[in-house]
Design a binder for this molecule. Sequence first.
Ligand SMILES: Cc1cc2nc3c(=O)[nH]c(=O)nc-3n(C[C@H](O)[C@H](O)[C@H](O)COP(=O)(O)OP(=O)(O)OC[C@H]3O[C@@H](n4cnc5c(N)ncnc54)[C@H](O)[C@@H]3O)c2cc1C
Length: 438
Amino acid sequence: MTGAATDLPRVELLVTTDCPHAAATEALLRSILGESDRTASVERIYISDLDHAAGMGFRGSPTVLIDGRDVAALDGETGISLGCRLYPRADGGAGGVPPEGVIREALDAWQARRDADDARPGAREAVRELPGRALRAGFVWASQRESLERLSQRLPMTRGLVRRFVAGQDLPTTLLALERLRSAGLATTVDVLGESVDTEAAATAAADRYLEVLDALAERGLDGNVSVKLTQMGLDIDTGFCQRNVGRIVQRAEARGAFVRIDMEDHSRTDATLHIVRELYAEHGNVGAVIQSYLRRSADDVEALIAAGIRVRLCKGAYNEPASVAFASKAESDESYVRLMERLLAAGVYPGLATHDERIIGQARDFVAREGIADEQFEFQMLYGVRRDLQEALAAAGHTMRVYVPFGAEWYPYFMRRLAERPANVLFVLRTLVRDRG
Ligand SMILES: Cc1cc2nc3c(=O)[nH]c(=O)nc-3n(C[C@H](O)[C@H](O)[C@H](O)COP(=O)(O)OP(=O)(O)OC[C@H]3O[C@@H](n4cnc5c(N)ncnc54)[C@H](O)[C@@H]3O)c2cc1C
């Protein structure tokens, strides 16, 4: 085994949903990785259209990327094809699975690049530092800048990348994505993208959009769970107005037998958000809160929500927060997550464990097994486009696995927070920029 997780190559298998070669390619990749001294998770990414394909560096199904490099850039290839990609075989024929030797060579090349980095003093550390706190802060800052948003909307390259995290720009496309997720055994919660509106008209229109979504979900017999941000519902305009506006969504959801999760935004909104959740819960019941483990106050908030019988989604937290209110290190917020998770599993009402952290997910599974907590008493939650392999594995193991599915034209702040979460996402964007210029 090679040391720490950052040392492992990122292996992505890009396929169309109906690719007949996906399973065989994935099995081959896993067996090659398994027999070498390297371990790496293989992330399967489904390609839905040409824009998405362009952003991901897709050339036809299946495409294998190791650390963002195509293992088998074929001679004479032009453009992108959403159909089968055929690889030459030793016997002169062609097949839909990349040749084993080519994958091994790509892994060796990755190792050679890594060894070369090791030979340059300080080079690897510099790379590791690069996507650290400062970069994350930069992306979260950028998520709040309107001028950058306008610029990014004009770049076709960005649109392709966005498809990885955003299910669609419109409702019909999103409904198809929801149907695909349901067929894969995954539960869902739908988020109509948008936040921080500053007029009542915009907030009212955003709530109306949710009503449409709830109706469409009910008509198609899809999962009725939705996630709502209060700044999109007018929290920054007037708390009373916001509560009435989101109340319309909760009421419609109640009539449809659906559930509304109120997302948590930055710490300046925590009190107002929890207040509105309590009020709506007292009136309707079908509403839940989100707690961020990086906030120092969260242990108290969890106790209060347990006492009130309100459902909690637990996440680590996605905003830039000052050390006065949030833990400064990742280790502390991870420890806080585990403490709060165990408390919620033991005493809470059907907690939603929202994380892609495999170590924490393992700890959750150990804890419920030890304490005799049944699968029906909690659920796992993950974001659309992130760790699809793990999502499917947890669902296959009998857990409820809910995918947070954002859609709509206002994807920019959400997308920038997703980039901020993972160094590899940032490197992926930079690589795509370089490739598109070259
Ligand atoms: C269903 C759901 C709802 C959420 N709701 C809220 C909310 O209301 N308020 C809020 O502040 N935050 C919310 N978040 C975001 C959350 O706070 C974290 O920012 C995010 O989930 C990353 O943290 P992590 O627990 O996955 O752990 P991390 O330690 O950040 O990541 C663990 C591993 O997960 C993978 N990973 C994580 N994020 C990504 C990504 N973007 N792309 C690719 N791989 C990734 C990586 O392999 C990483 O090593 C939500 C998250 C989920 C899953």
